[in-house]
Design a protein around this ligand. Structure first.
Ligand code: FAD
Length: 386
């Protein structure tokens, strides 16, 4: 038996054969990114508990396999999928989608989120408490996970709250000498061994005041003031900003995150959305400067949406709008996964040729095109250009 077969057997024994995907069709959804990234993986493994996630890491590290962490696979960086097929070792994708869990602590002022918890779930849990999460989804990436956002420093449109960021997390890292280490920087005493930590965390068997808090921020509380400095000659928002890279935050898959500790925010009772259009970008630049420098309370969120994005939305996203309206954003990841499986099945049909189907689809769209009045279309609300 080769070492890859041995690893697969161990992984299958751990999570059950149903949750170890090795067939090309079954892996298809996980090996192709939402926007970028596509490649091959030996297997996709879908753990159900944090302890299984830890054991998967142990197995993969012992076999010297590459571990690619994947949450909802909506990331725009290609970080959660393989890129090509020329890796020098086996690639195992670990999907966190079954690792659900949000624990509300500190009278609703903070939460601990597990790897599979989505922003929509967090939003729904906090709504009855009059609180909301850092990111209220309503943008390009419906179904995204809380931890995926932390790993990506996402939230480019959030003005008051800045990029998704925390210095308090529970994560595993691999040392150069091959030693796998669990690091508890949640600011909560969970015991000494990884197994004990994960068991106590999952059972919520801890008190937050037990141990002096791990001195660390739980959000980018300095971000708004940086934005206000419109005269600065440095950019205020860019990927890989060192100010927001800390252990799990901005790690983009370089460590494995088991849980993050985050603040919640008072829900805004009344919000209004304004659409401002211009053909002259200088007008928008001036407007942005004015808003940042002169408004006493900053807007919650702002997006630039190019005309092309409106056109694309009208052409391709009506079904998405209907699905979100009728089923809610939480249904999206499941629907997308089903679509991916359907796409694979259809691609096996003997008479299938992608271009033929695309041409048919486009003709149908052209026939049925309805002229929407874009400015008042609710489609636009869900667009977020990063
Ligand atoms: C700079 C930036 C700004 C963005 N701003 C916005 C925005 O304003 N609005 C919006 O809707 N979207 C935004 N996005 C996109 C958003 O980041 C992604 O849609 C979302 O964060 C991905 O979540 P996901 O659950 O799909 O994670 P995935 O796409 O599955 O994973 C994202 C990354 O996190 C890693 N990862 C996931 N889980 C774990 C884990 N448990 N341990 C270790 N690594 C893990 C993956 O390896 C990958 O590198 C932004 C992205 C970037 C890079």
């Amino acid at each position: 038996m080769t070492s890859s077969q041995h690893m697969l057997r161990q992984l299958g024994d751990l999570v059950g054969e149903k949750h170890l995907l090795t067939e090309r069709d079954d892996k298809a959804w996980y090996t192709k990114g939402f926007r970028v990234g596509r490649g091959e993986a030996l297997a996709v493994v879908v753990p159900q508990t944090l302890l299984q996630l830890w054991q998967i890491l142990q197995i993969c590290c012992a076999s010297d396999a590459i571990v690619l962490m994947q949450a909802a696979n909506t990331g725009v960086t290609g970080g959660s999928t393989p890129d090509g097929n020329d890796y020098d070792r086996e690639v195992v994708i670990v999907s966190t989608r079954r690792l659900k869990g949000v624990q509300v602590i500190d009278q609703g002022h903070q939460v601990i989120a597990f790897p599979g918890a989505t922003l929509t779930e967090l939003e729904n849990i906090l709504a009855p408490l009059g609180r909301e999460p850092h990111s209220v989804i309503g943008s390009s990436c419906i179904g995204a996970s809380v931890i995926g956002g932390i790993c990506n420093n996402s939230g480019g449109s959030l003005i008051r709250r800045g990029p998704a960021f925390t210095e308090k997390s529970l994560f595993a890292r691999l040392h150069n000498d091959g030693r796998l280490e669990m690091v508890n920087h949640l600011g909560i005493d969970l015991g000494e061994t990884p197994e004990e930590m994960l068991k106590r965390l999952e059972q919520q068997n801890y008190t937050t005041g037990d141990r002096p808090d791990w001195a660390g921020k739980i959000w980018a509380d300095d971000y708004a003031s940086q934005l206000r400095d419109t005269a600065a000659d440095s950019p205020s928002r860019f990927n890989g900003d060192r100010r927001y890279l800390h252990e799990s935050a901005g790690s983009a898959g370089k460590v494995v995150v088991f849980a993050v500790r985050l603040p919640t925010f008072e829900a805004s009772p009344q919000t209004r959305t304004f659409y401002i259009g211009s053909d002259d970008e200088q007008q928008l630049v001036a407007l942005r400067r004015m808003l940042l420098a002169e408004m006493q309370a900053l807007p919650i969120q702002a997006e630039y949406i190019h005309r092309n994005a409106f056109d694309l939305t009208v052409r391709y996203s009506k079904h998405m709008m209907l699905a979100i309206g009728k089923l809610g954003p939480q249904a999206l990841p499941g629907l997308m996964a089903k679509k991916a499986r359907w796409d694979v099945r259809v691609s096996h049909l003997p008479f299938y040729r992608e271009t033929v189907w695309t041409d048919c689809y486009n003709s149908l769209i052209r026939l049925r095109r309805v002229r929407l009045r874009l400015a008042s279309s609710p489609i636009a609300i869900n667009l977020n250009i990063i």
